[in-house]
Write a protein that binds this ligand. Structure first.
Ligand code: SF4
Length: 367
């Protein structure tokens, strides 16, 4: 029997009750949802996969079991714990947000989208996700998974990102029924399942309505999915051609003094703010190798720099990067230039090293 479109929210929730994913931050059925866990996971999941986030989430929770504990941690400790997850401004905002929640809200997260959006690092999507999942507010946070499901379900022809407002509007149709006119329902209450509706769509996108070869036969919404009926599911969501950023190039200098490595901290503001790096040149589109070499750290005892074969490549959100790596060994007792320091190679894991620097060091040290 063909499902009526008004049944979609109920079909979705029934499917979710049977097939929901078990995730470390997700409350079990009947358990109270913890806003701290939801917030922490949502910040970590921005630009990062569920698989990569899992171990970090567990580590953070073990070390800082509530928002008050995280607020009292030092930013350095938070950055160190975050190292490897990428997009480090998230870690700074995470800490700043915990401080504000403790200082201005007595350690309790605001329970409205508006209140959440006023906090550091919480944009419209994250505010909607926390409001729906932690507080059952009737709102639909639209992530990549939900975009895919909705664009297929309704065969949205407009390409992303222009289609976002339309997809947002259509996704809201998939929220469970509201008790019209009821103040409590709008404010979130035990009868609202807005959080489950959102998580159901996320799970459907992650496990059934996948980018390639969606398992439509298992989908609870397959009877009136427009793209499935047409047979062109995989062509959704439509996307405008990608403009990739211009390639930037630079040089990195891996200097060892015995079993120690020369490092410095990046400026607090900007890309990879406050993270640890080996000294290096500027990263420029019009790279000039000689000019880059002139930015090598001033170390009198370096007789010559050895250029490692090959380059280290890394892709940031807005540009790809290629780094040439130079190495040198200096004598015991050589002082670190101003603003730099020696750290034992054996304790590098304790440094807030971004992935690009891990690659550079591994290349430079031949690890
Ligand atoms: S029927 Fe297929 S394409 Fe349509 S929403 Fe379900 S899994 Fe996605």
């Amino acid at each position: 029997m063909r499902a009526d479109r008004s049944d979609r929210p109920a079909l979705l929730l029934a499917w979710y009750d049977r097939h929901r994913r078990r995730l470390p931050w997700r409350a079990l059925p009947g358990e109270r949802t913890d806003a701290y866990r939801v917030w922490l996971s949502e910040i970590m999941l921005q630009q990062t996969t569920v698989k990569a986030v899992g171990p970090y989430f567990e580590k953070f929770l073990a070390r800082w079991p509530d928002v008050g504990a995280l607020a009292c941690a030092s930013l350095d400790d938070v950055l160190r714990m975050w190292a490897g997850l990428g997009y480090y401004s998230r870690a700074r905002n995470l800490h700043a947000c915990a401080v504000v929640v403790l200082r201005d809200h007595g350690g309790v997260f605001p329970d409205t989208e508006e209140g959440l959006r006023a906090l550091p690092g919480i944009g419209p999507y994250t505010a909607a996700a926390i409001a729906a999942i932690a507080f059952d507010r009737r709102t639909m946070p639209v992530d990549g998974n939900i975009e895919r499901v909705v664009s297929r379900l309704y065969a949205v022809e407009e390409p992303l990102p222009q289609a976002k407002p339309l997809i947002q509007q259509l996704a809201a149709n998939l929220l469970g029924p509201s008790r019209a006119g009821d103040e409590k329902s709008r404010a979130g209450d035990e009868e609202s399942r807005a959080g489950d509706s959102a998580q159901a769509l996320m799970d459907l996108g992650a496990s059934i309505c996948t980018p390639k070869k969606p398992a439509c036969a298992l989908c609870p919404l397959n009877e009136d999915c427009v793209a499935r009926v047409r047979g062109d599911q995989e062509t959704f969501p439509r996307k405008a051609p990608k403009k990739s950023g211009t390639l930037r190039r630079g040089a990195a200098f891996v200097v060892t003094r015995g079993a120690e490595l020369l490092v410095r901290s990046r400026p607090e503001k900007g890309l990879l703010g406050g993270m640890t790096e080996v000294p290096g040149s500027d990263w420029l589109a019009g790279h000039d190798d000689k000019a880059a070499r002139r930015q090598a750290p001033a170390l009198n005892s370096v007789a010559r720099w050895h250029r490692k074969a090959g380059v280290v490549t890394h892709v940031f959100t807005h540009f790809p990067l290629e780094l040439v790596v130079y190495t040198a060994r200096v004598a015991a007792g050589t002082r670190a230039p101003r603003g730099m320091r020696w750290v034992p190679i054996a304790t590098l894991a304790d440094e807030a090293l971004p992935n690009v620097m891990r690659k550079v060091i591994a290349h430079g040290l031949g690890l």
